[in-house]
Ligand binder design. Structure first.
Ligand code: ZN
Length: 299
């Protein structure tokens, strides 16, 4: 008998690449195009490779984000361009679908964009929750990813999407609520992507040891100061998804100006930083006593 022909495609070099097929469905609910890639791109790509149906719901088109290069977008076209960037990133991560809630980016706290009547942070709870319940009941996800209550660093849209997603998860399970949106569905787990403080400290120290000025990381570290290390429940090895994550990041060209902190990292360190992702358990609270090794572990 002839030996089997090795499969073509990506080579599997790390233990993290050898993953069981779990099936299932994962819904990631974020506020702006690029939120999905920075904190959870590895987990999304990993789940997609496990055979999970990965769906992204994005509240806005990120109309108030950066414009890294005036050649690729103007303030008028930024939303449209960022929609394309998110669809590109989703494809690189292996996500099966992308939906938008259609609100406008509210901008950072205290900016005039906060007052735009279309701003997501001003959207009525009932309206947003209803739209999200529709997605939950249609997709029937076991696992939902969204921001933590502080939205990672206090962005009003991040905090709003946390609030509305948690409400929608509860409402979706209630058979008496919105029967026209389909049968009730109980999400088993909610996770929040987080970056522990210790991780920043470590990165800063290593950069300093290598002679790289790491002052830019101190700002990010201060922003995330409210997140204590003990809120990290799941540390996920996503080495097998680093290429997909880098490709997804490259899609978000408008958000990656030449002076972006990430570009200041030496490539090996950037890859290493991307190879691990951290999650806090949002629901069920009891899972924190014995956190799973993987988002779908034990489901
Ligand atoms: Zn965002």
């Amino acid at each position: 008998m002839r030996p089997p022909v090795p499969p073509s495609g990506p080579s599997f070099e790390h233990p993290a690449d050898i993953i069981a097929c779990v099936g299932g469905s994962l819904l990631a609910v974020f506020a702006h195009p690029d939120d999905e890639t920075f904190g959870a791109g590895g987990a999304l790509a990993r789940a997609a490779r496990q055979g999970v149906h990965v769906a992204l719901v994005c509240a806005t088109r990120g109309e108030v984000g950066e414009i890294a290069d005036p050649e690729i977008a103007t303030p008028e076209t930024l939303g449209e361009v960022r929609e394309r960037e998110l669809r590109c990133a989703a494809a690189r991560l292996g996500a099966a679908e992308v939906s938008f809630l259609g609100y406008r980016d509210s901008g950072m706290a205290g900016t005039p964009e906060n007052d735009d009547p279309r701003a997501f942070a001003r959207a009525g709870e009932a309206e947003v929750v209803r739209a999200l319940v529709g997605h939950v009941r249609r997709l029937r996800p076991e696992v939902v990813l969204t921001f933590d209550a502080n939205g990672g660093y206090g962005h009003p849209d991040h905090m709003a999407i946390h609030r509305h997603t948690m409400a929608a998860v509860a409402v979706a399970a209630d058979p008496s609520a919105h029967p026209s949106l389909g049968p009730p569905w109980t999400v088993r787990r909610v996770f929040y992507p987080v970056i522990p403080r210790a991780r920043f400290r470590e990165l800063r120290e290593r950069l300093a040891a290598g002679g790289v000025d790491a002052a830019f990381l101190a700002d990010a570290e201060r922003m995330l100061e409210r997140l204590p290390d003990e809120r990290v429940d799941v540390t996920l090895d996503v080495r097998g998804s680093v290429e997909a994550k880098l490709a997804a990041l490259a899609c978000h060209a408008t958000q990656m100006p030449a002076d972006h902190p990430f570009r200041a990292l030496p490539e090996d360190l950037a890859r290493e930083a991307m190879a691990t992702e951290f999650f806090a358990i949002g629901l069920p609270e009891g899972l924190r006593a014995a956190p799973p090794a993987d988002l779908f572990d034990g489901i």
